[in-house]
Ligand binder design. Structure first.
Ligand SMILES: Nc1ncnc2c1ncn2[C@@H]1O[C@H](COP(=O)(O)OP(=O)(O)O)[C@@H](O)[C@H]1O
Ligand SMILES: [Mg+2]
Length: 464
């Protein structure tokens, strides 16, 4: 069942209940109030009548006209009067009864004998209903007369009847109008949801470029649409990254294979001296090394993606680590004619995995040396700054253009300048560095000027 229908049904049921309760309460209160009012007016009339009868003494056959002349209140048209003898016989009757006797009921007679007044309702053959009040008049403790005042209940019954009619007619109309309005409102309120559903279906069908129109009001629907768009944008980005990644990976692996194939075919074209075969095999080995490195690094990165790479959390002295790899770095520099020096080194204890941190530093130095020009300098420095250790590797190499700075940590990303400068490289090293830094709750910062050099800084929290 659609939400719109369900909402409308709930709403309608609640409204119907309210209408029924309201109508019932209105009817009950009104009935009670009107009865009460009638009883009170009967009491007033009875008091006047009793006074009139008492004033005249107890002449049993006093005509009503005499009483009425002296007490004009008695001549009220909507009240009837009867005076009964203690035996229950009518002695005086008001003219508006028109010779229709209302007999005194046995209960009224019995309580009159006990000196008590009685309220009763009576229905006659012609269907008319009356409200009656019988009041005893006693003299010296003896019942001498019973005064009965009455009034027709017909007006209030008619009024209540009309009320019921109005309620019965108007409640369904109000309910229908409210249901119609509710359905319309629910429909309007849910229309954006319908739009979201359709967009979601198009997106599910594979079109990740679809976005929802976000309403300008940031209500629940607006926030839902915005969140949804956000999610799709991220999905799209990660899908694009995935596609890019597989394209890059195949390309990077294809290049060495093409080289190997080409050289092998060339070597086999005609018989050659053993020295030539040796050269080809050496080159092949080199390419295989390169592929092995790519595959190893890829494997490592996919294991980090799966959360399978454990990082130790042991005390590591970064300053000791820098001293430790100083020689290794110097050798690395010498191969490329680059001078690697170590600048100021502050004591910097951190928590982490020494092997990974060493790999991180060597990766950065490897890049710095690789992207330096012969005769360039690379400087390593380690300083403390507030609660962090800042390990920096500064070179005077080719530098990185500002628009490329954001991408160098992407897998397989190598700038064109880097490709032209150094053939060797996988574009995976910085991705690994970034992962290691972040696994140590740190980060890597880069500053670079094209043609002048770069500085990579690893910022790690110090142990306290
Ligand atoms: N010190 C540096 N100087 C200039 N460019 C750098 C430096 N370090 C990294 N880069 C750029 O970042 C890219 C990614 O680095 P990395 O992931 O280590 O890949 P690789 O070393 O295999 O080229 C490099 O290809 C290069 O374009
Ligand atoms: Mg590298």
């Amino acid at each position: 069942m659609p939400l719109r229908v369900r909402l409308t049904l709930w709403y309608g049921t609640a409204l119907a209940l309210i209408l029924v309760v309201f109508g019932g309460a209105l009817y009950a209160v009104l009935t009670h109030g009107l009865r009460d009012q009638i009883d009170r007016s009967l009491e007033g009339a009875a008091a006047v009548a009793v006074r009139a009868v008492e004033k005249h003494g107890i002449g049993p056959f006093l005509p009503f006209e005499d009483l009425a002349a002296e007490f004009p209140e008695l001549a009220v048209l909507d009240k009837t009067f009867q005076i009964f003898s203690p035996a229950g016989k009518i002695t005086i009757q008001s003219p508006n009864l028109g010779h229709q006797d209302i007999p005194l009921s046995p209960t009224a007679l019995a309580s009159a004998l006990n000196g008590q007044a009685t309220f009763e309702s009576a229905r006659f053959q012609d269907g008319s209903t009356f409200r009656l009040l019988s009041v005893p008049i006693r003299e010296n403790g003896v019942l001498v007369n019973i005064v009965q005042v009455g009034t027709s209940l017909q007006p209030i019954e008619e009024m209540l009847h009309r009320l019921v009619l109005v309620l019965l007619v108007s409640a369904p109309i109000a309910l229908a109008a409210a249901l119609g309005g509710g359905c319309f409102l629910a429909d309007r309120a849910l229309r954006p949801v319908e739009a979201i559903i359709q967009a979601a279906q198009r997106i599910a069908a594979g079109d990740l470029t679809q976005r929802l129109a976000v309403p300008s009001t940031l209500d629940e629907i607006g926030r839902l649409a915005a969140t949804f768009n956000d999610m799709i944008a991220r999905l799209e980005a990660s899908f694009r990254q995935m596609r890019q990644f597989s394209a890059d990976a195949s390309h990077e692996l294809r290049t060495p294979l093409t080289v190997i194939k080409g050289e092998a075919e060339l070597a086999l074209r005609r018989p050659r001296p053993a020295e030539d075969y040796r050269l080809v095999l050496e080159s092949t080995l080199e390419e295989i090394d390169r592929m092995t490195r790519i595959v190893d690094e890829l494997l490592f990165l996919s294991r980090t993606d799966l959360g399978e790479v454990a990082i130790e959390s042991l005390p590591v002295r970064l300053d000791a680590l820098v001293e430790d790899v100083r020689r290794q770095m110097a050798v690395l520099g010498q191969e490329h004619g680059v001078q690697v020096t170590v600048g100021s080194v502050d004591p910097a204890p951190v928590l982490g995995d020494e092997l990974r941190l060493r790999e991180l530093l060597l990766n950065l130095v490897d890049n710095a040396v690789k992207y330096s020009r012969p005769g360039g300098k690379v400087e390593i420095a380690l300083v403390r700054e507030s609660a962090t250790a800042r390990l920096s590797v500064t070179d005077q190499g080719i530098g990185i253009a500002p628009e490329e700075l954001g991408r160098i940590f992407d897998r397989f990303y190598r700038t064109d300048a880097a490709r032209a400068h150094a053939k060797k490289g996988t574009g995976l090293g910085l991705s690994i560095c970034k992962w290691i830094a972040e696994a140590h709750h740190g980060r890597i910062e880069v500053q670079s000027t094209v043609g002048q050099g770069s500085r990579f800084t690893v910022v790690l929290p110090l142990t306290t």
